[in-house]
Design a binder for this molecule. Sequence first.
Ligand code: AMP
Length: 559
Amino acid sequence: MPHHTPLIGTIVAGLVIAFFMGALAHRLRVSPIAGYLLAGVMVGPFTPGFVADAGLAQELAEIGVILLMFGVGLHFSLRDLLAVKNIAIPGALVQIAVATLLGIGIGYMMGWDLAAGFVFGLALSVASTVVLLRALQSRNLVETERGRIAVGWLIVEDLVMVLALVLLPALASGLSGGDGAASLPWVISTTLLKVAGFVALMLIVGRRVLPWALHWVVHTGSRELFRLAVLAVALGVAFGAAYAFDVSFALGAFFAGMILGETQLSRRAAEETLPLRDAFAVLFFVSVGMLFDPSVVTEQPIPLLVTVLTIVVGKSLAAWLIVRAFGYENDKALTISASLAQIGEFSFILAGLGAGLGLLPEAGRDLILAGAIISIFLNPFIFNFAVGSTGSVKKQMEEQAEQAEIEHEKKREEHVILVGYGRVGKLVAHGLRATPTAVLLIEAQSDLAREARAEGFEVVTGNAVEPDVLREAGIERANRMLIAIPEGFEAGAICEAARKLRPDLSVIARAHSDAQFAHLVEHGCDKVVLGEREIARQMLELIGASASRIAAVPDVKSA
Ligand code: AMP
């Protein structure tokens, strides 16, 4: 090919190889992040074969960071944090302190200076949001008390890291400014002043202007424009913050997300940016993998082992002790500490920044990357072990819980399972409330599940395609299932999973095309409601015309 296209080459190689490695990780039941990181190693300069452009990958990764942080900001809920603040704040702070001290110890062992050990330890102290949420979701624990504590704990860690990202450049320039000790306070205070300026601007002006602008865009009715507006806010605020206030992209994006998170539009904003965020987050992990020099495994086995032990054992032990000290049961302490026994995106950002500023030696960054890859890889096993293995005290509690569950189950007998509490599901749920039929909801998104619970519905949070979720919803005793999600093909998978457990269950689903309709029938749905046809029928009825010919009209897409 005559063209020189490094940008396209980097994006394509990154996404394609990440896809294959992610799929492989999925099959092996490990976190796909481990797959993406390995994909990065494969297209990186330290392994033979194609080498992607490291500079471009780095810039693409920055977009990933912005979108990830924007997402963290969107979901950041002060209320959730305050609900568990008594344990999450001291817990996270003590754990960060322990990990940082251990990091400084490793730095000392490696012959680094104090600043290097400090950055190293800080990078080891923060867990990955993506890995933690995946672990909790896989066990349906997000909505439980321990799930909330773990998430709150992580938010505190994230906030400390946001602060660290802001202060590191100040620390570096303070330390390099000859009379380091004297200039450090000056640099830190000017940095804090700039951050305060940015925060004030966002809270005073941004808080009014951004939601207003988005509302305006919503009322134009253009979905494309809304999507563009959300991206413009995320990327624009991040870039503007870095340009005008010298604060990191990450902090800018976090604030942009947080301000939108307060509005009614936050869920739509999150949904609209999700595909792009996922794609760039993958490129972020790939670019991190590219930096990794696998020779660290053979050349520095002992420091690597100590690093991994710090992440997996040191941090967990500290977390377990703190949670126990606060009087929580052993199983809660184990779940929380296991979910935090890994490091991820923030550690990479911190390592990259530390190395870029000359604070952290290359070896430190390689150890962090190797430690992250290994700990992310091990996490699902550790988590399963911790959640699955609890002593006799737990047995007793389990029995009590089971007893309560049996009572509960009795009430659930002969109920309708409704999948999805979205636009259609909400109407169906409220409609059923007026009847004697008992309803049990399955909803994948935790904020919607919470909303439904607040409305007084019984809800299982999770993906209805999972047999465990269906069992939890009492599929054995249900007499009907209504699948109110818009994706007909996904609904087909749910129907098939439900049929395997209850071949005689009556299932009703919704579709938006003839292809989906046929797919649903083929996968065992008894009745399928074709949304568009119902709308057409209603329109015809409203003008008094006959709707009888509708069934004969071919579907728009298949016509
Ligand atoms: P809507 O698009 O407004 O009709 O909403 C559909 C709802 O179904 C959303 O709230 C989704 O979170 C939920 N949903 C989609 N797929 C699943 C699934 N596989 N299991 C449970 N809930 C789902």
